[in-house]
Design a protein around this ligand. Sequence first.
Ligand SMILES: C[S@@+](CC[C@H](N)C(=O)[O-])C[C@H]1O[C@@H](n2cnc3c(N)ncnc32)[C@H](O)[C@@H]1O
Length: 256
Amino acid sequence: MNPDFFDFYSRHYGDRWPLLLEAFLEKTNSIKLQFSDSLEPYFLDEASQFAAQCLEVEPGMSVLDMCAAPGGKSLVLASTLAGEGTLQCNDRSPERRIRLQHALENTLPADWRSIIKVTGYDASRFGLHCKESYDRILLDAPCSSERHVVQSPKHLAQWSEKRTKRLSIEQGSLLASAVDALSVGGVVVYSTCALSPLENDAVVQKIMKKRKGKIRLMEISLGFEGAERTEFGVHILPDRCKGRGPIFCAKLEKID
Ligand SMILES: C[S@@+](CC[C@H](N)C(=O)[O-])C[C@H]1O[C@@H](n2cnc3c(N)ncnc32)[C@H](O)[C@@H]1O
C-alpha cells in the first residue's frame, strides 16, 4: 500500500479514480499488427496505434521516434513510410533496444526495414546536435505508467509525488529537444501513458511558453468514443474507452 499514491490521484480524478483503478486491472484492448503470414505478429494497445497515427507521417518524410523501445509505435510509423523516407528509432536503454531490434527484424518486411536506423542517444541532446533535421518526431516519453504501478507492489511502494514532478521536468527537456530538432513546418506528437496531469497538459503548457512564437498547437481528432479533450491534447482512458489507454497525446507544429 502507498497512501500518497491513492491520495494524489483521488485529488485529481475525484469519484472517477476507483473506476480507473478497476479498468486498469482489466484486459487491454489490443490490435494485432501482422504485415505478412511469414512475419511475427505484434500486439499493440489501439490507443498506442492512435498516438503514432496522430503524427500523420507520409512516405518520403524523415521521421524520428525519440524514445522508441520496445517498438510498437515504431512499427506503425514504419508501416506508413513503407520503405520510402527515413526512420530513426532511438532509445537510450541497451536492454530495451534489444527488444526494439527484435520487433523491427521480426515484424517488418525487409524493404520497410531498409530505411530504419536504430540509435541509442540521450534524446534530450537531439535539439542541440540535430537542429531542424526532421519532418516528424514522435516523443513517447518515459512517464509514471500508473497502469503498471498499480499492478506492481514494488513500483507502487516506490511511487512519490516528487517522482512525477521529476518526470515532468525530464519530459519538458525532451519536448524542447524535439521542437529544436524539427524542421520548420515539421510536426511533433508528445505522448505518455501517464495519468498525472503534471506529465501531460502541464508539459505542453510549459513548452508553449518556452518556445513561444516557434510552435503552434494543432488539433487532434478524438479517435475513439469516450476519448476526452484536455486543455492541450486528447486523453484516452480505459474506463471510458473500452480498456484502451491510458494514452495522452498533444500535437505541435514548428512555425519558425
Ligand atoms: C514509454 S517508453 C517508449 C515506448 C515506445 N514508444 C513503444 O511504443 O514501444 C519510454 C522509453 O524512453 C526511453 N528513454 C528514457 N529516457 C530517455 C532519454 N533521455 N533518451 C532516450 N530514450 C529514453 C526508455 O528507455 C523507454 O524505452
